[in-house]
Design a protein around this ligand. Structure first.
Ligand SMILES: CC(C)(COP(=O)(O)OP(=O)(O)OC[C@H]1O[C@@H](n2cnc3c(N)ncnc32)[C@H](O)[C@@H]1OP(=O)(O)O)[C@@H](O)C(=O)NCCC(=O)NCCS
Length: 176
């Protein structure tokens, strides 16, 4: 795993991040987006709207972005502020090689340092790699919704996962 590392995203990384996500939008059921978001979408995630929002990238030894993970609003009403929703996407070339198991805990630990109380993730089904990753990172499945998304001419189920972050060890947090 030493060929990959995790760091905070910078503005320079945004096109690579967008390319990874846009491929998933256009070719997979992993996201319910039907069209690629504009550059403002990623700019907002880089800037964050709340202290618990972070955008991290996984990079190879040439500092090429191979994946990203971020935290963002779960729901907009202010009592939800210390609950953040998480998302993680990797380039197809590095999946199944432990990059998710490196990057996602770093995001969760960074969120914990920021005082986030709990993380929520929505996983469209089926997605065995994502479900395994969430379980491996300490999430618990809290429920499944039936047929809440419609994409590529099919109905899609969605699972919610939750991970409490209070008292989480934060040794791999990525700050700054
Ligand atoms: C989901 C994703 C982030 C997982 O990251 P990854 O680097 O591929 O996963 P890892 O190699 O770190 O493995 C994480 C766990 O999932 C398991 N896993 C990986 N790929 C798997 C697969 N295709 N099927 C079943 N389990 C799988 C691993 O064995 C590991 O479990 P373990 O720790 O209990 O042994 C990555 O595959 C991805 O970007 N997928 C496309 C986008 C996506 O679906 N994002 C999530 C949206 S909710």
């Amino acid at each position: 795993m030493s060929e990959y590392s995790t760091r905070s995203a910078t503005e320079r990384d945004l096109p690579s991040i967008a390319a990874i996500y846009n491929h998933a939008v256009e070719h997979t059921l992993a996201t319910f987006d039907l069209d690629p978001p504009d550059s403002e979408y990623w700019r907002a995630r880089l800037d964050g709207e709340h202290p618990g929002d972070h955008l991290l990238v996984a990079v190879d030894t040439d500092d090429r972005v191979v994946g990203y993970a971020y935290s963002w609003s779960f729901r907009p009403r202010p009592a939800y502020d210390l609950t953040r929703e998480t998302s993680v996407y990797l380039d197809g070339s590095v999946r199944g090689r432990g990059v998710g198991r490196m990057l996602y805990p770093a995001l969760l630990q960074t969120m914990a340092v920021s005082g986030v109380h709990t993380a929520i993730a929505a996983v469209s089904l089926p997605n065995p790699a994502s479900e395994r990753l969430h379980i491996a990172c300490g999430f618990t499945k809290v429920g499944e919704f039936r047929q809440v998304g419609y994409k590529f001419d099919q109905w899609i189920d969605m699972a919610f996962y939750q991970r409490m972050l209070v008292n989480m060890p934060t040794g791999d947090a990525v700050l700054g």
